[in-house]
Write a protein that binds this ligand. Structure first.
Ligand code: P1T
Length: 379
């Protein structure tokens, strides 16, 4: 089955009770047992829920995995992955990543004795400098949030395999429409399903997808034991979102290309970060491992002028100034004060997250309206 068909049919079947084509919302805590242990595979909804299970199957299908797990947020999914580790273990992570992931690693898990190395991975060989006998996990975000760097998943997977270390890829920005990390050698794919997977800015959710049965067993144990699951209503919404992922992503990519090209030609714009540009430092890898270049763009105003950037954000009319990304509507954000505020200024500026940086999540509206909005705000 090819990708566009999988989004609609992959690992899905009509509901077993009445044949409903769309999985119903099983808004229930518990399930009848005829005798202790005598049930139809569902005991308690933290452990299993039919709507969530339908979604978990869909996650597995679109990422070419065997097992999917759904969580109450992207961070809850990441939290479950780090709970595979124990004190003394070390993680090598991309240095440019979502501020909340950085905060979870440094403010929660460092306190439990796990060590994190934040490393520039654009040259995969650099990762090897940080591997030692305590290294258990490589954490990759690609494209990175918010600088849109691209990490070579295949090359990173080769390093992970060589040292018997797990490789997890946060595939939130790319989605499986653009890249399928398990096929490139990753062990775990993670999503903030809040974003493109849900696609309509109406839910908060996380996902993990794996191929390996033993790894899946450990993660299901953590999911149930820690309990950070998502509810059946949100599972239903995410299932609906997945069905249009491919058509939405195609339009996100087309619109982002038009917007990035426009911004790059504007005299009041300093730098535009978008992996589709031939002069983007990781363009070749992006072209190899991604089908297209995604819907995210970051840019700074001429002279890296903080007050000009803030004025621009205030003047936007169609782009909405808000956290998050990946919905059908275009959003604009200010990473330094919003999504990446929990990273110390000196740390974030090392990776280019300066105070003048603006991040755009380009939606699926008409391209001309988006460009006109930027034109009036820049003017
Ligand atoms: O918000 P949540 O569903 O918990 O997902 C966290 C997360 C993980 N990974 C990436 C790459 C992310 O972008 C996010 C959340 N990001 C935003 C809210 C944002 O505006 O960047």
């Amino acid at each position: 089955m090819k990708f566009n068909t999988k989004t609609i049919h992959g690992k899905q079947h009509p509901d077993l009770a009445y044949g409903a084509v769309i999985p119903p919302i099983y808004q229930t805590t518990t399930y009848v047992q005829t005798t202790p242990g005598g049930h139809k595979g569902f005991e308690y909804s933290r452990t299993h829920n039919p709507t969530r299970q339908a979604l978990e199957n869909a996650f597995a299908s679109i990422e070419n995995g065997e097992f999917g797990l759904a969580f109450g947020s992207g961070l809850a999914a990441i939290d479950a992955v780090i709970k595979l580790l124990k004190p003394g273990d070390e993680v090598i992570s991309t240095n440019d990543l979502y501020g909340g992931t950085y905060r979870l690693f440094t403010s929660i898990f460092e306190g439990f004795g796990i060590k994190f190395h934040f490393v520039g991975m654009e040259n995969a060989a650099n990762i090897e400098n940080f591997v030692n006998h305590n290294t258990k996990l490589i954490w990759v975000e690609t494209p990175t949030n918010p600088m849109l760097n691209i990490i070579d998943i295949k090359a990173t997977a080769a390093i992970a395999k060589k040292h018997n270390v797990l490789l997890a890829v946060d595939n939130t920005f790319a989605t499986p429409y653009l890249q399928q990390p398990l096929d490139l050698g990753a062990d775990i794919v993670m999503h903030s399903a809040t974003k493109y997977i849900g696609g309509h800015s109406d839910l908060v959710m996380g996902a993990l997808i794996v191929k390996d049965k033993d790894l899946a067993k450990k993660l299901y144990f953590i999911q149930n034991a820690s309990g950070a699951i998502c509810g059946p209503q949100d599972s239903f919404l995410a299932l609906r979102g997945i069905k249009t992922l491919h058509v939405r992503m195609q339009r996100h990519c087309e619109n982002a290309k038009a917007v990035a090209t426009y911004l790059a030609s504007h005299p009041k714009v300093e730098n535009v970060y978008w992996p589709g540009f031939k002069n983007h430092p990781n363009h070749t890898i992006a072209k190899t491992q991604m089908k297209d270049f995604g819907g995210m763009i970051s840019f700074s105003t001429k002279g890296n002028d903080y007050s000009e950037s803030i004025k621009l954000l205030e003047k936007l009319r169609i782009f909405t100034l808000a956290e998050s990304l990946g919905g059908v509507e275009s959003l604009a954000g200010h990473p330094a004060s919003m999504t990446h505020a929990s990273i110390p200024k000196a740390e974030r500026e090392k990776t280019g997250v300066v105070d003048s940086l603006i991040r755009l999540s380009v939606g699926i509206e008409d391209e001309e309206d988006l460009i006109n909005d930027l034109k009036q705000a820049l003017g």
